[in-house]
Design a protein around this ligand. Structure first.
Ligand code: SF4
Length: 483
């Protein structure tokens, strides 16, 4: 039996072509609107606050459908129930009998406010549950309490805000009827709908099909790569037919954009040698290339934390003692068993020493992380202040176009700059970006991993963070060759 799921619903809301790609070509693609694993962890934690006793529905979809029907017959509350109507499936966080008759559903969302997304999710679930013949009388929401501050032990009854009778889900149910019918028709189409590119490709994060979809409709160097052009203007130009970067109207040309055009038209990097020389002349050896990884978990995992508070959990430093010297690397990785902040500060103090430039990419972030550590341990304030003159932001030469490579495609992100400038990248790593690193950290902190799996995830995280700091040393080497 094949069904359409909430994932299809989210794809359909994005655009008709996304729905077609999902159904016909890439069924494993996720359109999830938040981290599903994190949402599940919250559900398990919130379950004791919901009326029980509760049966956890598990297994493949067919089994879960069957078990859900059995529990409905028995009047039994359940977690992760599955209901179907007219080819559409709804996975419901909590479904239980209402004390005054009928049934209620509750959705647990990893947010501190009720967003439009949460409303739509609840509406989708309510629609399918009602259409499946359940006498649904109440829909509820569980959100995170933004002012909860963890004491020694985590207290779920204070962490969560339970709103058992939220009307938000019922309001949108009517609008769904037609939408689901239209989506179902599209899902049976034999070719993708012809959809122009639009803001919906990027709203709430990039569409998972953006890379393939845009590559098929735009030249390699296009108006969306134009440096510091608002998305609104870029879409307007695209709609007016100004697509190629090489045909850029004169009124949009600035110094940095001229540098972009030079690189695209000549195939050579644009280099402002005096500016680059001045920048590199400010570096003082030994160089200490620094990068932090942080976690903003929904569940406060340390005393004193509230939901989504940021905690640094890892750093990497690549030292370069002198120009041309071998890179030396060191790392700190939190154990997950205790508060990492004091030992992290101790290690940073000894690792950064008292001389040499401290390099970071977008240094304001690394400085803010250090500041948060020092706020937490104020006896380190004078040490932190002493570091101020030593910071060098490696973003500066790229943000200010001291050099520009056409392969950057208008981006100054390290993930674009590193391959463009050095030919090296992140493809050989298991973790390749900050989002994946965060997911890995959440698994380490909250999931029960085998010792082998835990060691592997830690290795992957260390390799990723190290790449970010080796990258800075490689960029310095590469830039020196241009002056
Ligand atoms: S990238 Fe845009 S047009 Fe292409 S499938 Fe996604 S939302 Fe639709």
């Amino acid at each position: 039996m094949s069904f359409f799921t909430e994932n299809h619903y989210w794809a359909g809301r994005r655009c008709q072509k996304a729905l077609y790609f999902l159904a016909q070509e890439a069924p494993a693609t996720s359109f999830a609107v938040w981290d599903v694993a994190e949402q599940r962890r919250l559900l398990r934690l919130a379950a004791p606050l919901l009326p029980g006793p509760i049966t956890v529905i598990a297994g493949d979809m067919e089994t879960r459908l069957r078990q859900t029907q059995q529990c409905l017959k028995a009047g039994q509350a359940m977690l992760e129930a599955v209901l179907a109507h007219d080819g559409w499936l709804a996975e419901v966080d909590y479904l239980g009998p209402h004390p005054h008759g009928g049934w209620q559903i509750v959705s647990v969302i990893p947010q501190t406010t009720i967003s439009p997304t949460a409303r739509q999710r609840l509406a989708y679930q309510a629609k399918i549950v009602k259409a499946a013949g359940v006498d649904l009388v109440q829909v509820g929401l569980v959100t995170l309490n933004p002012i909860y501050c963890r004491a020694q032990r985590l207290d779920p009854s204070s962490l969560f805000l339970v709103e058992p009778n939220s009307q938000v889900g019922f309001h949108a149910v009517g609008e769904l009827e037609e939408a689901l019918d239209a989506y179902a028709q599209l899902l049976r189409a034999s070719a993708p709908a012809s959809i122009p590119l639009g803001p919906y490709c990027e709203e709430g994060g990039d569409c998972p099909f953006k890379a393939r979809c845009w590559a098929g409709q735009l030249p390699e160097h296009n108006i969306f790569h134009l440096y510091q052009l608002s998305r609104q203007k870029a879409f307007k130009l695209y709609q007016a037919g100004h697509v190629s970067l090489q045909l850029l109207p004169k009124n949009l040309r600035t110094r940095n954009r001229e540098a972009q055009l030079y690189a695209v038209q000549t195939g050579r990097p644009y280099v402002d040698r005096p500016a680059l020389r001045e920048f590199l002349g400010r570096l003082e050896y030994p160089l200490h290339c620094l990068d932090f990884e942080t976690v903003n978990a929904a569940i406060p995992w340390l005393p004193g934390l509230s939901p989504f508070n940021m905690v640094p959990v890892q750093f990497s430093i690549t030292h370069v003692r002198a120009p041309g010297a071998e890179l030396e690397h060191e790392a700190f990785v939190c154990t997950g068993q205790s508060d990492p902040r004091a030992p992290m500060l101790d290690r940073l103090k000894s690792s950064l020493g008292n001389r040499g430039s401290i390099l970071a990419y977008n240094a304001a972030f690394e400085q803010s992380v250090l500041e948060s550590l020092v706020r937490w341990d104020t006896v380190r304030q004078s040490w932190y202040d002493s570091l101020r003159p030593r910071w060098v932001d490696m973003l500066e030469p790229f943000k200010n176009f001291y050099c520009y490579f056409a392969q950057q495609k208008g981006s100054c992100s390290l993930k674009e700059v590193l391959p463009a400038v050095t030919g090296r990248g992140y493809e050989d790593l298991a973790i390749r970006d900050g989002h994946q690193a965060t997911q890995a950290w959440l698994r380490l902190l909250f999931d029960r991993l085998s010792a082998e799996e835990e060691a592997r995830v830690r290795q992957d995280l260390m390799a990723y963070c190290r790449r970010d700091t080796d990258a800075l040393a490689w960029l310095v080497q590469a830039l020196r060759a241009w002056v």
